[in-house]
Write a protein that binds this ligand. Structure first.
Ligand code: ZN
Ligand code: ZN
Length: 285
C-alpha cells in the first residue's frame, strides 16, 4: 500500500487546529523512564471536554446506543460526524476534521499531545521516516484484518512509535476505526476498501509528520538508554505522588506522563476516571 506524501499545508493545519483548541503538543520527548499515563479507549474525563465517542458500545447493558458523535458517558453531543456514505476518504479536509475532533476524545487527545517516551522516540530515529512509514502501513493494515478481530487491540501504550500514532488516530483496531472513520463493523467479516485503508494510513502518517517534523528519512544512530539514567524506586514514588495529587485535584489527564512501573492505576469508570493505587501509600484518608 503506497501512500503519497502528506501535504505540508495539511500538517500545518492540524498543528494549528490543536493549538487553537488551547492544547499543547509536546515538542520534546519525555525524559528517559517516563511514559504516558495509561489511558484506554473507553475512559473519559468529561469535565475537561475529553469524552468517549464510541457510539457502537452501549453506555450500560440494556440502554440505548448513543447517537454518533455523542459521548457514551455524559451523553452530550460532542462532534458532528459525516452521514454514512458521506466520508471523503483520502481528502485532506476529512483528515483535518478527524484530527481536530479527536482532541475531544480522551485517549486520542492524550496520544496527540503527550510527550513521546524516549524509547519510542529513539525507535523512530533508528528506523528513519521511510522505514517508519513502511511499518505504520503494515501495522495499520494488520489491525484492520477482519479475520482477526483481536488484531491491534493489544497495541502497546508506550515504547513503540507506531502505537502512539495508532492510538491518537484511532487506527489501532477495527473497533476504534469503525466509529471514528466509518469503516466496517469491528466484529463483522467485511474488509476495509482500499480507499478506507489508504485513508487510515494517511491519518496515521499525518500524526508522524505533526509530532516528528524533523525526522530524517534514513536511519540515524541513537545512543542507548542506560539503566542508571532511569528512576530509582524513591524518585519513582515521589513522581507518582505528585502526579496522583494533581489528578485527584482535578487536572486534565491528557498529556500526563508517569514513571515506568508507576503505582498509579487508571481504571475506566462509566461516569468518570477512577484513579487508584495498587500500593497503599502514605496518603491515608
Ligand atoms: Zn462525556
Ligand atoms: Zn483501538
Amino acid at each position: 500500500m503506497k501512500g503519497q506524501d502528506i501535504a505540508p499545508e495539511l500538517i500545518e493545519a492540524v498543528r494549528q487546529q490543536i493549538a487553537a483548541m488551547k492544547q499543547e503538543i509536546a515538542a520534546e520527548p519525555a525524559g528517559a523512564g517516563l511514559v504516558p499515563l495509561e489511558i484506554k479507549c473507553a475512559m473519559t474525563s468529561c469535565q475537561h471536554g475529553r469524552h468517549c465517542l464510541d457510539h457502537i458500545r452501549r453506555p450500560r447493558a440494556g440502554e440505548l446506543l448513543m447517537a454518533p458523535g455523542s459521548c457514551r458517558d455524559c451523553g452530550s453531543p460532542v462532534v458532528s460526524l459525516p452521514e454514512p456514505g458521506g466520508r471523503k476518504y483520502g481528502d485532506d479536509e476529512e483528515v483535518l476534521r478527524t484530527c481536530t475532533d479527536q482532541q475531544s476524545e480522551l485517549i486520542r487527545a492524550h496520544y496527540w499531545q503527550v510527550p513521546i517516551d524516549q524509547w519510542a522516540y529513539n525507535q523512530a530515529l533508528r528506523y528513519g521516516k521511510l522505514e517508519l512509514v513502511r511499518r505504520l502501513e503494515r501495522q495499520v493494515s494488520a489491525a484492520m484484518d477482519p479475520d482477526n478481530s483481536f488484531a491491534g487491540r493489544g497495541a502497546s501504550y508506550s515504547g513503540k512509535i507506531v502505537a502512539y500514532a495508532q492510538h491518537a488516530t484511532a487506527t489501532c483496531c477495527r473497533r476504534c476505526a469503525a466509529y471514528w472513520h466509518g469503516t466496517p463493523a469491528a466484529d463483522g467479516p467485511e474488509p476495509l476498501t482500499t480507499a478506507q485503508l489508504r485513508h487510515l494510513i494517511k491519518v496515521a502518517r499525518t500524526y508522524i509528520d505533526v509530532r516528528l517534523p524533523d525526522l530524517y528519512e534514513l536511519p540515524a544512530a541513537v545512543a542507548a538508554i542506560h539503566r542508571q539514567d532511569l528512576f530509582g524506586p524513591g524518585e519513582r514514588a515521589s513522581i507518582d505522588e505528585a502526579v496522583f495529587d494533581e489528578l485527584v485535584a482535578g487536572r486534565d489527564p491528557v498529556g500526563v506522563v508517569v514513571p515506568i512501573g508507576t503505582s498509579i492505576d487508571v481504571e475506566p469508570a462509566r461516569q468518570h476516571l477512577l484513579i487508584s493505587r495498587r500500593i497503599e501509600s502514605a496518603k491515608g484518608a
